[in-house]
Design a protein around this ligand. Structure first.
Ligand code: MSP
Length: 515
């Protein structure tokens, strides 16, 4: 049976428009989804929007809109942006979907019935931008320890979730599952939080109205994070489509930013334990995209619009830059200059030129048909053929480990080797009738054919290797090389699949010169 793979992005607050930071998380999950599909998995790739809570209620009011009307507009904007960014999500969940609301109420009731939710009073602080409760002792200079902004005093009747009860079980889970939270150093941070001890969590509000009503006490609405995390279940079919749910659950990978790791690796698994459900296999916390070391965010006013970058450089260049420049898990600085440099060197000069030069030569010297290779290899061929034999395996395992920067760097080694191969073999010399000699001497002709075959083969392999990240460029390369859509990533691991006799057709250059 085909194996399944369930990958998610965070669901995004609709108080801000999508930006390069939120797009980054989404691209990461998209690359994983595309890679896994190519590896033959039945992928369920989920993204969506987080629409309840105090922050959204206030933001809607600030726009003079009813919350639902405001959320409809913003969720529409996220959907449209993800479409324009080529995101291949299979489903888009909104926390205002009635199916989701029913799932939240169902679980809230279940937690209550099993004794994990009890009534009490919350006295403490609340950070609205982070939608997080903080006791006095956690504040830093009286402000939110996470975002540094002002917090609000809260004194409210609330239902509590018995988070403290799950501390030991969670510690055990971290110990037994080294892949539960990645990167490893982030798992250690979470283990330290657990060792310090957990307090029960306030999970309902009475002073706001924009939320899902608590099923057994209509004066309360469910705390927005409790509501939001359940999206991963409701979107997979819980509890309305248990056939789908039992097929896809547990999630294989939650892609999130490091800012929301505690929610995903402590609170979320405790909820699942309470409901007696399996935990996600891996929660991967990536770093932040920064500009001059500052997190890109609406509140910092340093937003970069991914659609504007797409318009200027094309979608693939934006994705290439983000996946090549950042080490997944670490922060990374964004600058348009750095993007331009990678565009001009690696994309236009190295990959674009390799395709262009090869096709020009096949058209000119072989009537646009991929020639057959000779049985004999010359020494000059060895380096390229070795790269084609060895690099794809490494690249496959880099994708597997979510090391996209390494996957691309290794792919570009093949590209560089192929460009050097052209310079060293000088096909134009092989094609020239040497003076005073018989034009088109058979061995020179054979050499020329072998060189061009090897180049077509290198491009074929590269076109598969880049597919998870550069889907558009890969498709364009393959159509110019006369190749069908690849069936599987493993085509990159095989040699000699290029067929002599294939018609090529040079089309648009892959990465045009920038103005
Ligand atoms: N709604 C919650 C998540 C609920 S998931 C059940 C939330 N939303 S958010 O809109 O604030 O988006 C948070 C996520 O967007 C971060 O965890 C991160 O994945 C991504 N990013 C937002 N800004 C980012 C950067 N500057 N850099 C990288 N990722 C960023 O928290």
């Amino acid at each position: 049976m085909q194996k399944k793979f369930f990958v998610t992005t965070p669901i995004y607050y609709v108080n801000a428009s999508p930006h390069i930071g939120t797009a980054y998380s989404t691209f990461v999950a998209d690359v994983v989804a595309r890679y896994k599909r190519l590896k033959g998995f039945d992928v369920f790739f989920l993204s969506g929007t987080d629409e309840h809570g105090q922050k959204i209620q206030r933001e809607a009011a600030a726009h003079g809109k009813a919350p639902k009307e405001f959320c409809d507009e913003m969720a529409g904007q996220f959907k449209k942006t993800w479409r324009e960014l080529g995101i291949s999500n299979d489903y888009f969940v909104r926390t205002t979907d009635s199916q989701h609301e029913r799932a939240v109420q169902h679980l809230f009731q279940l937690f209550y019935d099993n004794g994990d939710i009890y009534l009490g009073k919350y006295e403490g602080w609340y950070c609205t931008p982070c939608e997080t409760f903080y006791p006095e002792s956690k504040l830093v200079s009286g402000n939110c320890p996470a975002c540094g902004r002002a917090v609000e005093r809260m004194s409210e009747e609330t239902y509590f979730f018995r988070l403290s009860k799950y501390r030991d079980k969670l510690l055990g889970h971290f110990r037994k599952n080294p892949e539960f939270v990645l990167p490893k150093f982030r798992a250690n941070e979470m283990v330290n939080i657990l060792k310090e001890g957990l307090e029960d969590l306030s999970v309902s509000r009475t002073k706001i109205s924009w939320g899902i009503p608590c099923p057994f006490d209509k004066r309360h609405v469910v705390y927005v994070w409790f509501d939001a995390l359940i999206n991963y279940l409701s979107a997979a079919g819980y509890p309305h489509d248990m056939k789908k749910f039992s097929h896809y659950w547990p999630a294989d990978l939650h892609v999130i930013g490091k800012d929301i790791l505690k929610f995903h690796s402590i609170i979320w698994p405790a909820m699942l334990m309470s409901a007696n459900m399996q935990l996600p296999r891996t929660v991967f916390a990536h770093g932040w995209l920064t500009v001059r070391e500052e997190k890109i965010s609406k509140s910092k006013g340093n937003i970069v619009n991914p659609l504007e970058l797409k318009r200027k450089y094309g979608l693939d260049a934006v994705k290439y830059f983000l996946m090549r420049e950042l080490t997944l898990g670490m922060d990374g600085d964004y600058s348009e200059d750095a993007l331009r440099t990678r565009y001009e060197t690696e994309l236009a000069n190295e990959l674009g030129n390799l395709l262009n030069r090869t096709l020009v030569m096949i058209e000119k010297y072989c009537n646009g048909t991929v020639p057959s290779q000779s049985k004999k290899n010359a020494k000059q061929d060895d380096v390229l053929l070795k790269a084609l034999r060895e690099s794809p395996k490494k690249i496959d395992s880099f994708y597997e480990k979510l090391q996209f920067n390494n996957a691309l760097a290794e792919t570009w080694k093949i590209v560089a080797t192929a460009n050097r191969y052209i310079n060293e073999t000088e096909p134009w010399e092989l094609a020239r009738a040497p003076e005073g000699r018989n034009p088109g001497k058979p061995e020179r002709q054979e050499r020329l054919q072998t060189v061009l075959y090897n180049l077509a083969e290198a491009l074929r392999v590269v076109s598969v290797l880049i597919m998870p990240v550069l889907a558009e460029s890969s498709a364009s390369m393959r159509s110019q090389l006369g190749l069908p859509v690849p069936k599987s990533f493993d085509e990159a691991l095989k040699q000699g699949l290029t067929r002599a006799g294939t018609k090529v057709r040079k089309g648009e250059v892959l990465f045009k010169k920038l103005d």
